[in-house]
Design a binder for this molecule. Structure first.
Ligand code: SAH
Length: 475
């Protein structure tokens, strides 16, 4: 390691920044964002601050004279960016004075370098490559950005606020560390990360015996209801991915794709609980019971559902059961099949003037379809997205036609959306049962409305394709 990462106290004194042009302004932004006081020698005489906030600008002063002879008393570091030969000369001077100096893109004349920074309040990550490749450092930073919860800084701040009182109540250091580990890994930490700080504060204050809490060998369990999206693992949210990586046990629907199950940590227990068409699953009550038991045994439970947990996913019932059992839980939304299908096949669900509202509907069986009040769906500017509508397709058609929707209304059947073998069949309401026959099974949604005319991706000959387009044929 040639450069040791350390954190510089910016309150100790001003940073002297020397240089010109955009390079100077870029460094000015970095230093200003960090809260530094900055004394600037703009060797091109340009005093433009490049759109800094008044707050930041207040900490910046422009120095007149020659930086090579200027008074450096109290200065904590010297930074040169776009300073040319002045930078090199300044480096010699700084080194003679024992002041840290950075000359941009010049390792030889730098005694410190700037890392790529992930800034989350009290949590700051510095990434260095020893000056070899700032671009690699930035790529690493991007990966860390994606990994770190957005509120990790708030978690650090939260703990900082309680540290003194816990220090007083737990004397032994290892036990104190166990205490904070349990807080961070348990529901209190989860509450802070979810933005529910007052809830977390109340829970922490309720711990009457911190030492006993730290000693308890049973961790506190919780359940996350996680939306897995319609199949493409890259459509998992960052939060969902994190939950899958943290889980001790995952109860997943049969519909969840193998690629998504692949993202679960290797040593996590997986239990398939969903029903498949025609095959009974373990039943909702049994699912609820098993989730609650696992959480009460101290496990971090994920209930992984296709699409979004709150869209025809029985997430509501599960939340009620968790609330009744007093088990801590969280809900992580996912991309629902209708939204995934629309993006996959380029069907805009709303369109200026043409489609101004959307209805998500389930028509599980023809019997269910008969209970739908189709007369509420006759507005020609309404896009109707039907879930579980394949076997009920004839009933959907009959209902809409009887209510007065035109048989020429465009419809599409979109199967296995966002998956590699996704396919669509497009036509009119009149053709609906035929379109269903033409698709090769798997889960599918129906989209009904004028916007289906915009469906694309056939012409681009991607593997995902529109297997038949009766609308096109008719034109
Ligand atoms: N919670 C899920 C819906 C579950 S109901 C969500 O938000 O997407 C199951 C129905 O969802 C299926 O009958 C089908 O209509 C639809 N569906 C789920 N995954 C799908 C996919 N990959 N492609 C098309 N439709 C899908």
């Amino acid at each position: 390691m040639r450069f040791l990462p350390v954190f510089l106290d910016l309150k100790a004194g001003p940073v002297v920044l020397i240089g010109a042009g955009e390079l100077l302004r870029a460094k000015l932004r970095v230093l200003a964002a960090a809260g530094a006081r900055i004394r600037v020698h703009a060797i091109d005489g340009d005093h433009d601050l490049g759109g800094l906030t008044p707050d930041d600008a207040a900490r910046i002063e422009f120095a007149a004279g020659d930086p090579l002879t200027a008074d450096l008393a109290g200065v904590i570091a010297i930074v040169c960016a776009g300073a040319g030969d002045v930078g090199v000369a300044m480096s010699v001077r700084a080194k003679a004075l024992g002041l840290p100096v950075n000359v941009m893109d010049d390792l030889e004349h730098s005694s410190f370098i700037f890392p790529a920074i992930v800034d989350r309040g009290d949590v700051v990550v510095a990434v260095g490559t020893g000056g070899t490749s700032p671009v690699v450092a930035r790529r690493v930073r991007e990966k860390i950005e994606a990994l770190l919860p957005a509120r990790i800084g708030e978690l650090a701040e939260f703990i900082g606020g309680f540290r003194k009182s816990i220090n007083e109540r737990i004397a032994e250091f290892p036990l104190r560390r166990r205490f904070w580990e349990r807080v961070i890994d348990g529901p209190i930490g989860a509450s802070v990360l979810a933005g529910r700080k007052s809830e977390a504060e109340a829970a922490l204050e309720q711990i009457s015996d911190p030492s006993a809490f730290a000693r308890a060998d049973k961790p506190e369990g919780s359940v996350a209801l996680v939306g897995a999206g319609p199949g493409d693992p890259d459509l998992l949210t960052i939060k969902a991915l994190r939950a899958l990586q943290d889980a001790d046990i995952v109860f997943h629907d049969e519909l969840v794709s193998a690629e998504i199950l692949d993202r679960i940590r290797r040593d996590t227990t997986r239990v398939a609980v969903g029903r498949r068409v025609g095959k009974p699953g373990i039943g909702q009550d049994a699912i609820n019971r098993r989730m609650i038991e696992a959480a009460q045994a101290g496990q971090r439970v994920v209930r992984l559902k296709g699409g979004d947990p709150f869209v025809f996913g029985r997430g509501g019932e599960e939340v009620e059961a968790l609330r009744a059992a007093g088990v801590p839980y969280s809900i992580i939304p996912g991309i629902t099949a209708g939204i995934g299908g629309a993006a996959d096949f380029e069907v805009p669900l709303t369109y200026r003037h043409e489609a101004t509202r959307i209805t998500f509907l389930t028509a599980h069986k023809a019997r269910d379809a008969e209970t739908v009040d189709w007369s509420t769906l006759t507005d020609t500017r309404m896009t109707v997205v039907v879930y579980m509508g394949m076997t009920a397709a004839p009933a959907v058609r009959a209902g809409l036609l009887a209510a007065g929707r035109s048989p020429e209304t465009p419809v599409g059947v979109f199967a296995r959306v966002t998956q590699p073998d996704a396919q669509a069949a497009i036509g009119t309401l009149r053709d609906l049962p035929e379109l269903v026959r033409r698709t090769d099974g798997g889960p599918a949604i129906l989209i009904i409305g004028e916007v289906v005319r915009h469906a694309g991706s056939l012409r681009r000959q991607t593997p995902k394709h529109i297997i038949s387009d009766l609308l096109d044929a008719a034109e």
